[in-house]
Design a binder for this molecule. Sequence first.
Ligand SMILES: [Zn+2]
Length: 280
Amino acid sequence: MDTRCVLCEGATRLQKHQRYFDILSCLCCGHWFVDPAILSNHLIDNYGDDYFSGGKDGYTDYLSYADELTNRGRQYARRVSKHTDIGSLLDVGAAAGFIAKGFELEGWDVTAIEPNRSMVEFGRKTYDIDISQSDFESYDSDKQYDLVSLIQVIAHMQDLPVAMERLQQLTTPSGHVLIETWNRDSVIARLSGKRWHELSPPSVLHWFSKNSLRKVMEYHGFEQIAGATTTKWISLQHAVSLLGHSQDNATLERISRKLPARLSIPYLGDDLFWALFKKK
Ligand SMILES: [Zn+2]
C-alpha cells in the first residue's frame, strides 16, 4: 500500500474497511487512521449543528449535558493539580465551554477554541467563557499555556501532525497536555468488533490505544506522567435509551420517567481513558 503513516511516515496496511472508508494501521508506530487524502471539509461536514443535536455519531442533545460536563471539568482540574500548579488553560474543541467552565471554577485562567459557531456564541453568552471560533490546526496565537486539554477531540483531528506541532508551540516549556480519548484495545472495543461505536469514519479519523497514544506523544516531545481508564457519567434517560425497547426496559423507562432528568449514572465501559503528558 502506498499511503504512509501520517505520524511517522512508516509503511501501512489495511486494518479494517468500515462504512466505505479504509482504516490503515502503521507497521512502525501502530497508529490507526483514515487516509487524510480522501477527506475534505471534514470540520464543516462533521461538526455543523447536527453533530451537537441529534446526529448519530455526535451528541443527542449536547446542551443537556451542561452540568455533567462542568463537573467533569472540575474533576480533571483536581486531577491535574496533583501534578502541576494552577495556571493558564487552552481547551481545544470546547463546544459550548462546559468543561472549560469546570476548570475556571477550580481557579484556572481559561481560553477555549471551538469550530462550531453556534456553540461558540452560546458559550460566550451563557457562560461568559473566552471562546474563539477556530479549529486547532489553524489556530494562531503567540501565547503559551500551562495546560492544553483535548477532551474527546484528538481522534477527530484532520491533520494530526500539524496538531502535534501546535501542542509543542502552545505549551509553556514545562507545560502539560491532557488528553481524553477512546481505547481501541479495550475489552468493549474488541468484543464489539466492527460495531464498536467509535469505529465511525469520517466523524472519527484516528484510533488510539493507551500505548499508541503514549508513543505518539513521546515521538512529539511529551512524556506521560499520569493516566487511567475513566468512568463516563451519562444521564439516566440516555442510559435507558441505550437499552432498547424490550418488555423489561419498558418498565425501566416508566420508572426512570419518575426520576429527575438530570440524574446521572456511571457508564461502566472500559473504552474511555485519560492521560496527562509533560513537555520534555
Ligand atoms: Zn506510524
